[in-house]
Design a protein. Structure first.
Length: 507
């Protein structure tokens, strides 16, 4: 098992790239095939599933922290017992979620949400099928998290890359063949069954090598549950905030408006997922450092990861903001650009600000300080929930996105508190070393691109090329300003060299 942060972060990035490409190709096809209202129903089903995930919120980070520590300590007995506890919980909550959606589907589709009357019968069935898919997804989530706790990001990259890509490609193929909403929903069940089988095989192989020795999980259960409960409150507020945006749009504007909001959110969320997947590697890595008594390395790990993740985060976000209107116009259609271009810019900026807190959040969890994350997560959600409905009614989906951007303003306060109270370092020094140079470089590149390059975004391939160029130039400008050091490049070179040598040895 490797604790190499760079390698695992790169593998996490790989597990995002293929599904992101699949989504970019498939989503416009699915939107056109289902229509605005049909795709809006799919988005609302996903939002309800997000609410159901509250039943196991808090457990993901608990799994990553505790199981990775058990594995690092060679405590096979606690590892086995903890994983059995986790799987039992996810299976049970999945079954409860299915039952809830099955019973509430008529009320959701016929009363709460502004679903077009002609779509209500199909929507009821779609919600019920979505409930079945939720149960399967819950099991897949548990098995995937356990695999990450073993730091087997090679398996995560392979399985996520294949299965998540299929979840986007399948509906596009179905609508091209003339199928509608219900077959698309049944496909989510089929891919869930396949995913359960694949992840179960990977999990079984990992556990086969774990010895049944060491202290029992009972010795750690109380601290594990306390950690998960504290973290669950913060995770729950984030889930509620994320899913409420789609639900509020559905209540205020109907399913077509949900589709107009969902499409730009797919772009912004995919960028955020990349950063989140890469940054999540910090939790088990830092937790194992703490378990090994290497506390002095945690601060260095935090600062380096913050600096490098921000280069990627800011550069991509700047490019997406510049080309938000032509991206939507050429990707899905002019109406989506007219409705959602400003929303996409606000969503991207808000998530970019929030992404700067990812490294700090994961390090807090590794250091067993989940209450710090909880306090600021709740503050973010309270601001969002207090403003989202009024802003949505006043400004449509642009107001929905603006609410998230306003709420992200608690991020800098969160970073300052973490630096001062948890890590014992200077916020000004971290800002200067990790954020300032990249912010100046990316702002300059984005400003020039807005006036010089944006007018040339005449079609989708050219627009995508310009986005990639602007993002790459932002990264290069950041590197030239000193945000990327020689040591960073040497570390990347070493990771790539080891991967090449491993491939050569296996052939």
């Amino acid at each position: 098992m490797s604790r190499n942060l760079g390698k695992n972060a790169l593998l996490s990035g790989v597990s995002w790239i293929v599904p992101a490409i699949a989504a970019f190709v498939a989503v416009p096809i699915t939107v056109r095939g289902l229509g605005d209202n049909g795709y809006g129903v799919v988005a609302l089903v996903a939002a309800v599933a997000g609410y159901l995930a509250l039943m196991h919120s808090g457990l993901p980070n608990g799994i990553l922290r505790y199981v990775s520590v058990f594995v690092a300590a060679g405590n096979g007995r606690a590892t086995r017992e903890c994983t059995r506890f986790v799987l039992t919980w996810f299976i049970a909550t999945g079954a409860i979620g299915t039952a809830l959606v099955w019973g509430l589907a008529p009320w959701l589709a016929g009363t709460l949400l502004n679903v077009e009357r002609s779509l209500v019968p199909q929507s009821v069935l779609a919600f019920r099928i979505g409930g079945i898919a939720f149960a399967l997804t819950a099991v897949v989530s548990a098995l995937s998290l356990l695999t990450q706790a073993f730091l087997r990001y090679d398996l995560v990259a392979l399985l996520n890359g294949t299965l998540v890509s299929s979840s986007f490609a399948g509906p596009a193929v179905l609508v091209e063949l003339g199928y509608g909403l219900i077959p698309v929903m049944w496909f989510s069940v089929v891919i869930g069954v396949v995913a359960c089988i694949a992840w179960s095989i990977a999990y079984a192989r990992l556990m086969a090598a774990v010895p049944d020795e060491g202290p029992p999980f009972a010795q750690f259960r109380r601290s594990f549950i306390a950690f998960c409960l504290t973290n669950a409150l913060g995770s729950a507020s984030t889930v509620v905030q994320t899913q409420t945006s789609s639900v509020v749009v559905g209540i205020a504007g109907g399913t077509a408006q949900v589709a107009y909001f969902k499409v730009p959110s797919v772009i912004s969320s995919k960028v955020n997922e990349l950063l989140n997947q890469m940054c999540t590697v910090l939790l088990p890595t830092a937790a194992q450092m703490v378990a090994d008594g290497e506390h002095g390395l945690v601060l260095a790990l935090y600062e380096r990861s913050s600096r490098l993740f921000y280069v990627l985060n800011a550069s991509v976000a700047g490019a997406v903001v510049v080309f938000s209107a032509p991206l939507l116009a050429h990707w899905v259609g002019p109406q989506y650009a007219q409705q959602g271009a400003l929303a996409l810019a606000f969503l991207t900026l808000g998530q970019a600000v929030s992404a700067t807190t990812m490294a700090a959040g994961n390090v807090n969890l590794a250091l067993d300080r989940p209450r710090v994350n909880l306090a600021f997560s709740v503050a973010n959600s309270v601001i969002n929930l207090a403003t989202v409905y009024s802003l949505t009614v006043a400004y449509g989906i642009t107001g929905t996105a603006l609410s998230g951007l306003v709420a992200s303003g608690v991020g800098p306060l969160f970073l300052h508190y973490t630096h001062h109270a948890v890590l014992g370092t200077s916020t000004w020094r971290v800002f200067r070393d990790c954020y300032l140079r990249t912010s100046l470089a990316v702002t300059a590149v984005a400003t020039v691109s807005w006036f010089v390059l944006k007018p040339y975004a005449a079609d989708l391939p050219f627009t995508l090329g310009l986005v990639a160029i602007v993002a790459a130039v932002g990264m290069l400008a950041s590197a030239a300003s000193g945000a990327v050091t020689v040591a960073d490049l040497e570390s990347l070179k070493a990771v790539l060299l080891r991967r090449s040598q491993n491939r050569g040895a296996s052939q």
